[in-house]
Design a protein around this ligand. Structure first.
Ligand code: ME8
Length: 482
């Protein structure tokens, strides 16, 4: 049995969670449920990033103390994950005093080993990104992501001597010791590292809301360094992870926006302390909403909780991961989710289950014939090559190909079974000569589908197996209120 440690980013508590946060967290939950179902021990860590200028500013705007402000937002994240049926193992907060101790100790060790130096620095700082931007990063003098002008800052800071680790990082990434996926992101990061690494400032003089910098109380620890260390401090704070000796993480799941921090700064900090590197970083794509970048000004930010109210958690989980490949950018909208609901879920899966069970009942067939037996996964032939079904889908999961996984279930089982019923008209067959083969085939497919869908749509899978056992039909996906 393997032990697998999976992480999501720690989300900023400057605002309530949005659909982008939900996307990464649902994907992490799908992986966790899949690996657990395969008999592994899995630890899924998520949480919130609560220090730094971005949070201090948001708290100030709300007229609140930053810690009180964070305390009010954290339950919004916890509730959202509950609504989305995300089963994490621990919820990490960077304001946890135990974490603060680990961060201080980590930085002291970096200092003792000679990896930190004090230098003065002048640069353009974007609070939205919580990082300095170079002239090349700017578009019309503004941060391209936040559309705001960065603030000129001159500070004396402590610098982490990142440039020393250039060759070591290249070697780790090229050899696969640190596996970055998708491959396009790996190449992009390698290209950037090869252009040369600059030492990075890891303290802030004018930010009061943060962990005090060890040895210099006038400065606080740079929020990114504080947040990245969470992945390590969790392995000291939580007994289960500590018992596993779980550092490093097996999978850091993140969005492409924060790959640099995870694939360069974090591994370099670990190498500097002779600690092992994370095994895999997967940076997924970003989505736009109805063709536009998600933004408060445009007012197109989707609230995952409202979508759960409308479609249910399972349908939302399905629609988000089905819509486009996980590693690529794509577009999402409420209309697209509604379409998936109607076509794939209500008319596809729901209809197949409902009509199969109804026909079994209507034709007065022996209930004993339809007993869920342990499903022995059949073989599957794709492009002339034979696979065990179980391995075939596990491979999709290993590649983070959630869209292919779901596409294949719909294409190979649901669509073909629904077509088979339309063509063979089993209600006539059953009357004529009690030929059960079509119904039996559909029934078996449904057992297989409920098993395969479990990590994505846990409640639906449970309802399906219950109905397949009791043969009492119940609508899985009711009509949507217009
Ligand atoms: O960056 N599409 O937190 P954050 C898809 N605190 N995913 C999206 C998205 C979009 N349009 N927008 C956001 C931080 N995300 C730091 C992380 S980790 C040690 C510290 C998701 O609240 C995606 O996972 O800005 C992205 O990486 C993350 O939210 C950024 O969340």
């Amino acid at each position: 049995m393997n032990k697998i440690y999976i992480t999501t980013p720690l989300y900023y508590v400057n605002d309530v969670p949005h659909i982008g946060h939900a996307y990464t967290t649902i994907a992490a939950d799908v992986l966790s449920r899949h690996y657990k179902a395969k008999g592994n021990e899995v630890f899924l860590l998520t949480g919130t990033d609560e220090h730094g200028a971005k949070i201090a500013d948001a708290a100030k705007r709300a007229g609140k103390d930053p810690k009180d402000f964070a305390d009010e937002l954290v339950p919004k994240f916890i509730d959202t994950w509950k609504n989305l049926d995300v089963k994490y193992d621990e919820f990490f907060r960077t304001t946890d005093p135990k974490h603060e101790e680990v961060v201080k100790d980590f930085i002291k060790k970096l200092k003792d080993k000679g990896h930190i130096e004090k230098k003065s620095y002048e640069g353009w700082y974007c609070i939205g990104c919580e990082k300095y931007l170079s002239q090349e990063d700017l578009v019309d003098g503004k941060c391209p992501d936040h559309k705001t002008e960065p603030v000129k800052q001159f500070e004396e800071n402590y610098f982490f001597l990142l440039s020393k680790f250039q060759e070591r990082l290249i070697k780790a990434i090229e050899s696969g010791e640190l596996d970055i996926a998708p491959i396009s992101r790996k190449n992009e990061i390698l290209g950037k590292i090869k252009q040369g690494l600059q030492d990075v400032s890891i303290s802030r003089e004018n930010v009061r809301w943060g962990i005090k910098f060890p040895g210099d109380e006038k400065q606080t620890v740079y929020v990114w360094v504080d947040a990245l260390i969470n992945y390590y401090s969790a392995t000291k704070i939580y007994k289960e992870l500590d018992d596993w000796e779980s550092h490093p993480a097996d999978i850091h799941l993140i969005g492409k926006d924060i790959l640099w921090f995870h694939a360069v700064i974090w591994p370099a900090m670990l190498v500097a302390l002779d600690l092992p590197l994370p095994k895999k970083i997967f940076a997924h794509g970003f989505f736009t909403i109805g063709g536009e970048k998600m933004s408060k000004t445009i007012g197109n930010i989707l609230d995952p909780n409202k979508l759960v109210d409308k479609f249910g958690a399972d349908a939302l989980r399905y629609a988000l991961l089905r819509e486009f490949p996980f590693g690529e950018d794509g577009d999402i909208s409420e209309e697209k989710i509604a379409k998936r609901y109607e076509n794939d879920l209500a008319n596809g899966l729901g209809n197949l289950l409902n009509r199969t069970i109804s026909m079994i009942n209507k034709n007065g067939l022996e209930k004993d014939t339809f007993q869920i037996k342990k499903v022995v996964p059949d073989t599957l032939t794709v492009n002339g090559v034979k696979f065990s079904q179980d391995e075939y889908y596990a491979q999709h999961m290993k590649n983070f190909s959630f869209d292919d996984y779901l596409h294949d279930i719909w294409w190979l089982y649901i669509k073909t079974s629904n077509e088979l019923i339309d063509r063979e008209k089993p209600w006539e067959l059953a009357k004529k000569n009690k030929n059960l083969s079509v119904l039996y085939h559909c029934y078996k497919e449904l057992v297989q589908i409920s098993y395969l869908l479990n990590p994505f749509m846990p409640k639906t899978a449970e309802k399906m197996s219950k109905q397949l056992k009791t043969l009492k039909p119940e609508l899985l996906f009711p009509k949507l209120d217009k």
